[in-house]
Design a protein around this ligand. Structure first.
Ligand code: BES
Ligand code: MN
Ligand code: ZN
Length: 482
């Protein structure tokens, strides 16, 4: 899908030749002297377009306008949620006509946030997964033009938005693929393909190298499956060598059956999404390659399957992590923290300015926050503030969660330095407390995306989150223009 930014006011929008024109209206619409404006004024006066976000008025071959079809889209207060609602409703309305091109026009100068929400909502609403269907109909929408009266001002945010959408779509593609089409080896190849892009490098470690590094926790999870593990390392080098990188660590469990502590059958298929953290890292790198910012970013993806077998790790087994800490694996279904803890130790070697891990880590986080906000854990004030800002700006929302030491009580055991599970209460937090033990050497943050990374039910599918959030955060670290 191609995006284009145009400088258009309401008068010019009327002259736009296109199949469909979506005119995005806010409550403060001011009519000018042009056919489009007077049409809008009449519709509003007649009460044919309610002042509720998502209200639509569909007009065929409007007299005096160049478009074949005009849809008036009510955004009301114009807040991000309303823009999403309006644009999603409009794209759903015109979907049956399978338009190849689409023009969206704002009635007045939007901010970068509204622009991004509009653009990403068009992408989201027109997305189709096709990879494993024999006769899939691909997305028909090929060209999307955005008309704003302030295009110069929005050029940079627009480029960022487009790159974010590309990243989101790559993340969705890998997350949506079934586990037999998205093995650790497939993910490694996807990462290596990214290394063809400018400033990106990729190294992949296999079992032998991982063993040599002493990643006993990661190895313990991987040992139950015949599918070979991969430890993927991506580098984006946009700044001087001595500039400390941000490290993004993505959980890459390509299928989580629970292992010997096996999960119930219902909805177990959704555990193909247990690599959404990894997919988001791939998505961020895709976007970085497009934007070429002057920062250094490292991506780490410990990837394997979590399966039961005669070789699988057993409840009660004690393993030694790369950090030297021993871990009693009381529940083999708490495998995410095991693969992550070794990657977090490995991250030390980059002397990072910050490390953020991204993981579909706990069902408890789904209960705590649902699908609206990802859980964010950090004991670093600067990182927390930067992430809160990125959350708002990207509208890929997260929410601060606590890390009080008392939450770690349940992780104590007599048989190892730490157990991999505590009780059920506060499960998202105790998981974070486990990870925190491995992050003493740098500012650290943890995103639990178990609720936000995919949707269940009829609209089952990956969301591509938190690519937008992460990208906003890493771009905020660019050196400001002099
Ligand atoms: N991948 C799951 C977390 C998960 C479960 C995400 C359901 C989304 C929906 C993770 O590996 C897991 O199984 N966590 C356990 C931890 C428990 C054993 C302490 C969980 O949340 O039940
Ligand atoms: Mn699990
Ligand atoms: Zn898992």
């Amino acid at each position: 899908m191609n995006f284009e930014l145009l400088n258009l006011d309401a008068a010019q929008a009327g002259h736009e030749k296109c199949d469909v024109l979506l005119l995005l209206l806010t409550s403060t619409f001011k009519a000018g002297r042009n056919p489009l404006s007077s049409l809008i004024s009449k519709a509003l006066k007649a009460g044919d377009l309610a002042d509720k976000p998502g209200s639509l008025l569909d007009i065929y071959r409007p007299v005096g306008l160049a478009c074949a079809r005009l849809v008036l889209v009510q955004l009301a207060d114009g807040k991000p949620g309303s823009v999403r609602k309006g644009v999603a409703a409009a794209v759903a309305l015109i979907k049956a006509a399978k338009p190849k091109q689409l023009t969206l026009c704002f009635d007045q100068a939007p901010g970068s946030q509204a622009l991004h929400v509009a653009l990403s909502t068009v992408a989201e609403a027109s997305y189709v997964y096709t990879t494993t269907l024999s006769k899939a109909e691909a997305r028909t929408l090929a060209r999307v033009r955005l008309g704003v009266p302030n295009s110069t001002e929005l050029a940079t945010p627009f480029a960022q938005s487009v790159a974010t959408v590309r990243g989101i779509e790559l993340a969705k593609e890998w997350a949506n693929r079934p586990a037999n089409h998205a093995t650790p080896s497939h993910l490694a190849r996807a990462a290596q393909a990214l290394a063809k892009l400018p400033r990106i490098k990729c190294d992949v470690m296999n079992h032998k190298e991982v063993e040599k590094l002493g990643m006993g926790a990661f190895l313990a999870v991987a040992q139950g499956s015949a599918e070979p593990l991969k430890f993927i390392e991506l580098h984006y080098k946009g700044a001087a060598k001595n500039q400390p990188p941000v490290v993004l660590v993505g959980k890459g469990i390509t299928f989580d059956s629970g292992g010997i502590s096996i999960k119930p059958a219902a909805e177990m298929d959704e555990m193909k999404y247990d690599m959404c953290g990894a997919a988001s890292v791939l998505g961020v790198f895709k976007a970085l390659a497009e934007l070429q910012p002057d920062i250094n970013v490292v991506g780490l993806i410990p990837s394997c399957e979590n399966l039961p077998s005669s070789r699988a790790v057993k409840p009660g087994d004690v393993v030694t992590s790369m950090s030297g800490q021993t871990i009693e694996i009381l529940n083999t279904d708490a495998e995410g923290r095991l693969v992550l803890c070794d990657a977090l130790t490995y991250a030390e070697r980059f002397k990072p300015q910050a490390v953020i891990d991204i993981a579909t880590l706990t069902g408890a986080c789904v209960i705590a926050l649902g699908g609206v906000r990802s859980g964010f854990f950090s004991s670093d004030a600067a990182l927390s503030a930067a992430m809160a800002q990125a959350s708002e700006a990207s509208q890929d929302l997260c929410w601060p969660m606590p890390l009080d030491d008392d939450y770690a009580e349940g992780l104590k055991t007599s048989y190892a330095d730490v157990a991999n599970v505590a009780g059920r209460p506060g499960g998202a937090i105790t998981a974070a407390k486990f990870l925190q033990r491995f992050t003493g050497k740098y500012p650290w943050g943890h995103l639990d995306i178990a609720g936000s990374a995919w949707k269940s039910g009829a609209a089952k599918g990956a969301t591509g989150r938190p690519v937008g959030l992460l990208l906003h955060y890493v771009l905020s670290l660019q050196t400001p223009a002099a």
